[in-house]
Design a protein around this ligand. Sequence first.
Ligand code: AKG
Length: 301
Amino acid sequence: MSANTPSAPTVDIKDLEVFAENLDTKRAAEVYNEHGCLVVRGLMKRYVPDLQRDMEAAAQQAISLLDQVREVPEGWVTPDGTLFLPAPPHYPRDKQIMVLAVNYTNSGAFFRASFDDRALDLVEAILGPNIELFMNGQCLYKEPVGGHPKKLHQDSAYFEHRYDGPVGILSYVVDTNLQNGALHVVPGSHRLGQLRHVDTFSHLGLDEDEWPWESALPVVGEAGDSIFFHYRTIHGSQENHSERPRPVFINRYRRLDDYVVIGGTSAANRAEAEKRAKESPQVKKGDRGLMVRGFRPYEPL
Ligand SMILES: O=C(O)CCC(=O)C(=O)O
C-alpha cells in the first residue's frame, strides 16, 4: 500500500440501507446523494425467479456456442453476445463467462424489472422527472469455484458522460456474501472526479496499491436486494469461491440531455477517446434510450 492509501470506510452498511417495503423515497434519495450508493433490501425480489431461469438458460446456451467463439480485445464473444475471459487452470474449460447475453431484447423479466415503479420513483427523486434507459441492461455472471473478479473501478471510466451520468441499479439474483462475490462500494467516492484507471484482468480498474479492497465496504445481501450507485462511485467484486454461480443484473438510467463524451475498455482506447474528445467536443447524437418516466419533447438533431 502507498502512503496515500485510502483508509477503510467509516460508513457502516446500516447508513446505506433502506427497505423496499415502506420505502421513504425522499430519505433514500438523500442517502444516495450523500454516499453515491444506496442499498434497497428486497426491491427486485419479484423478478428474481424468472431472471434466474433466463440467466441459467443463457449460460448453458453460451457454453454450447463456445466452438463458434470470436476473439475480441476484451476476451472472447460467442455468437449470442456473451463475453468470456480466460478461465483459471483448474476449470474444465479454458474460458469462463463474464457478461452474459441477457438483456431487454431477450428477457421479459429483465425488461419488466427496468420499469419497476418503486425503483423508478427513486430514480426520479435522484434524476428528475424525465428518464431514459441507458444501454440494454447488463448481466454479470461469476461461474462457481473461482469465477472472475471485477476489480474496483468507476463506471465512468467506461462511459464518461457530459452531466451526472447514469444511475446504476445492481440486483442480486442469489444470496450474495463474502464467499461468492459481494459487491464492494466506496461510499463518497462519487465526489472524487474521474480517477486514473489501468488495465486489469477485468478490463479498466483502479491501481490496487492505491485502492485496495480494504478501502471498500462489502454489501452482503439476499436475492432481490438492489444496490444503487452513481457512475463515479468506486465498486467491484471478488471471485466466486462457492459451488454455485453468482449472477447479477444491472439497470441503468439517465437524464434525457445526458450523453457519453468518452468511452473505453482499456487504458489505450480510453486515452484515444480522451484525445478525440479534446480535439472535437462530443454532442448528443441519436443515442436515445427508451423512456421509462416523463416525456421527450421534439428536438432537431
Ligand atoms: O458483477 C459484479 O459484481 C460487478 C459488476 C460491476 O462492477 C459492473 O458491471 O460495473
